[in-house]
Design a protein around this ligand. Structure first.
Ligand SMILES: Nc1ncnc2c1ncn2[C@@H]1O[C@H](COP(=O)(O)OP(=O)(O)OP(=O)(O)O)[C@@H](O)[C@H]1O
Ligand SMILES: [Mg+2]
Length: 259
């Protein structure tokens, strides 16, 4: 089942095209990765799906859960954003209110989506367990947890709200290799267990080669290559993709992430 479907997306600022994506689909349980150099339009593509690109002219169609994101009402968009689709950013700590304990943050987010009481407690416990955090973490403030814990908490928050798609923008770049492997392992398990879909933006080709089913390679706002990850990595057609892959040896740590 296709959860997100992008066709002929073109994001322009003035005369400049900052993202031109003919086709991007994300199906249930699938991980699609967007790779490419800095400024190639990866984040723009990701944020377009949530209708979060400001000050640009956007054309094409973006469907999420059968809803046209570009024409949907605000309330319909709100329903999808945050509930069905969650954005996990590079530095989740920065996005968390520093004055609230993680448990309070989680409860408030659930309440905003109409979930309270015993159901909120149940979902909180389940989500924290899903990402392999200790329940005690809920009593801590954002600055009292590590980068990897904050990231897993951001994931837990998304899961508690019932997210079916995670949009992850450089989710592991701030983390050391061991913690990266943990976050990746959690994502892999959730995909297998409950069909979570992941759209991943990453500079880390070693990571992408492990987790992605399909890959889009972007350069200067355009998709220069796309296809099944195994194919793209084994036989890159575009010279730029070849260059990217040649520059990044696959980490030996990568193997340990396999289930
Ligand atoms: N709101 C904006 N106004 C003007 N230019 C923008 C805006 N948002 C993005 N850009 C430009 O569009 C291009 C693509 O940006 P984008 O953030 O999508 O790149 P990226 O691939 O995510 O890069 P990075 O890997 O550094 O995060 C960049 O040149 C950026 O400067
Ligand atoms: Mg970016």
């Amino acid at each position: 089942m296709t959860l997100i479907s992008v066709r002929d997306l073109r994001v322009r600022i003035g005369e400049r095209v900052i993202a031109d994506v003919p086709e991007l689909d994300v199906a249930r349980g699938e991980c699609v990765a967007v790779v490419g150099e800095s400024g190639s339009g990866k984040s723009t593509t990701l944020l377009s799906i949530l209708g979060l690109v400001e000050g640009a002219q956007i054309s094409g169609s973006i469907e999420a859960f059968g809803v046209d994101v570009r024409t949907a009402s605000r309330s319909r968009l709100r329903e999808i954003r945050g509930a069905k689709i969650a954005l996990v950013m590079q530095s989740p700590q920065a996005a968390l209110n520093p004055t609230l304990r993680l448990g309070t943050l989680l409860r408030r987010a659930l309440k905003r989506h109409g979930v309270a009481g015993a159901e909120a407690e149940r979902r909180t416990a389940q989500a924290v367990a899903d990402v392999m955090l200790e329940p005690a973490i809920l009593r801590r403030y954002p600055h009292e947890v590590s980068g990897g814990q904050a990231q897993r908490f951001a994931l837990a928050l998304a899961l508690a709200l019932g997210a079916e798609v995670i949009l992850a923008d450089e989710p592991t770049s701030a983390l050391d290799v061991t913690v990266q492997a943990e976050v990746v392992a959690v994502l892999r398990r959730l995909r297998a267990e409950r069909g979570l879909a992941v759209l991943l933006v990453s500079h880390d080709l070693a990571l992408v080669s492990i987790v992605a089913d399909r890959v889009l390679v972007m350069r200067e706002g355009r998709v220069v290559e796309s296809g099944p990850a195994a194919e793209v990595f084994a036989r890159p057609r575009d010279p730029y993709t070849r260059e990217l892959i040649a520059a990044v040896p696959v980490l030996p740590e990568a193997d340990r992430v396999h289930d």
